[in-house]
Write a protein that binds this ligand. Structure first.
Ligand SMILES: [Zn+2]
Length: 335
């Protein structure tokens, strides 16, 4: 589906905002496109960039997504356009961009566009440096930031950008969509707790990785509810073998987090039944005192993974942190 079509059908308010500003030629110099994990924030940012340089704009001045300029943007081939991952925005990259700002534009449209994907992962100092340039009078630079959590961005940065927020979909709607596309209710529930994008979730559950990760999760939960040192051994042997890509590790940690949250709910409400792995989750809920601390450790590991840390080191750290919580006496003897 084309992004414009998606926006018209699923993100009507966002579409109206873009339409009004482009139609009235009141575009901004800095945008934040925000949305929860899985929502097409980057696609929307790219569509916005295309709308700035499209050669065949529609009646609202929005991109056709087909002309040569639109295609160049999509394929990262437009000279005055750069797509940078927030995590990569280290000092040298920032300096290179600043250097680029000072050069005149090459393409006919006389505009320079930068997308920084997931700015919450970028150093604040780098972002401030870039924004200073953009705010200069007569600047022909447009910065489009995307974010999964605007709350974690400094207010001084947010206040200098126009924020466009993609709508959240209800988990029940996401589940219905997947079930109508022949996904089991259990799988639909699990993935919809993790990612807020119906189409992307459908691709995810139909990918072989999903079942590999889910099987690893089943083993891990079984060990966690039984003997937690088996969890560590199984993870080091089987987990490391099965979860080879950073994306599959992230999916695993997301799924584990969902199940641990279910265990916390069970601690508060004994009648609560989890949609999947109910038996294992019950055991976990009875066995551990501070499941919230385990979730903290997992969240930290996910942040480390996102900043491209070495996955083996991330796991060693995660397992040591968990072990320290479970068996404090072991750690004391070792020290
Ligand atoms: Zn176009």
């Amino acid at each position: 589906m084309k992004t414009k079509e998606y926006l018209i059908n699923k993100q009507h308010i966002v579409y109206q905002v873009l339409k009004n500003s482009f139609k009235n030629k009141k575009t901004s110099h800095a945008y934040i496109i925000s949305g929860s994990k899985g929502s097409p924030i980057l696609d929307t940012a790219i569509f916005l960039a295309q709308s700035l340089v499209c050669l065949n704009k529609d009646e609202n001045n929005l991109a056709c997504e087909e002309c040569i300029n639109c295609q160049k943007i999509k394929n990262n081939a437009y000279v005055d356009y750069k797509l940078i991952e927030g995590v990569d925005l280290k000092n040298d990259v920032t300096l290179a961009i600043q250097d680029d700002f000072n050069k005149s534009s090459v393409e006919n449209e006389d505009i320079k566009i930068y997308i920084i994907n997931l700015i919450e992962k970028a150093p604040v100092a780098s972002l401030n440096k870039l924004l200073k340039f953009i705010e200069e009078p007569n600047s022909n630079i447009v910065a489009i930031f995307t974010s999964n959590s605007v709350d974690s961005i400094l207010q001084t940065i947010v206040s200098r950008c126009q924020t466009i927020t993609l709508k959240e979909f209800m988990v029940s709607d996401l589940i219905d969509y997947l079930v109508n596309n022949n996904v089991s209710y259990e799988d639909a529930w699990l993935i919809s707790k993790i990612s807020n994008n119906a189409e992307k979730n459908l691709d995810l559950v139909n990918d072989v990785t999903f079942n590999v990760v889910k099987n690893q999760l089943a083993n891990s939960l079984k060990h966690l509810g039984n003997k937690n040192d088996y969890f560590i051994v199984d993870f080091l042997i089987e987990g490391m073998k099965n979860l080879t890509e950073n994306s599959s590790i992230e999916l695993f940690l997301d799924m584990l987090e969902v199940c641990l949250l279910e265990a916390i709910i069970k601690q508060e409400d004994k009648e609560h039944k989890s949609v999947i792995f109910d038996e294992q989750i019950s055991k976990i809920s009875e066995k551990y005192q501070h499941i919230d601390h385990m979730i903290d450790d997992i969240t930290k590991a996910k942040i480390d993974l996102l900043s491209n840390a070495n996955k083996n080191l991330v796991f060693d750290k995660l397992l040591i942190n968990l072990l320290r919580r479970w068996e404090p006496w072991i750690m004391k003897i070792q020290m």
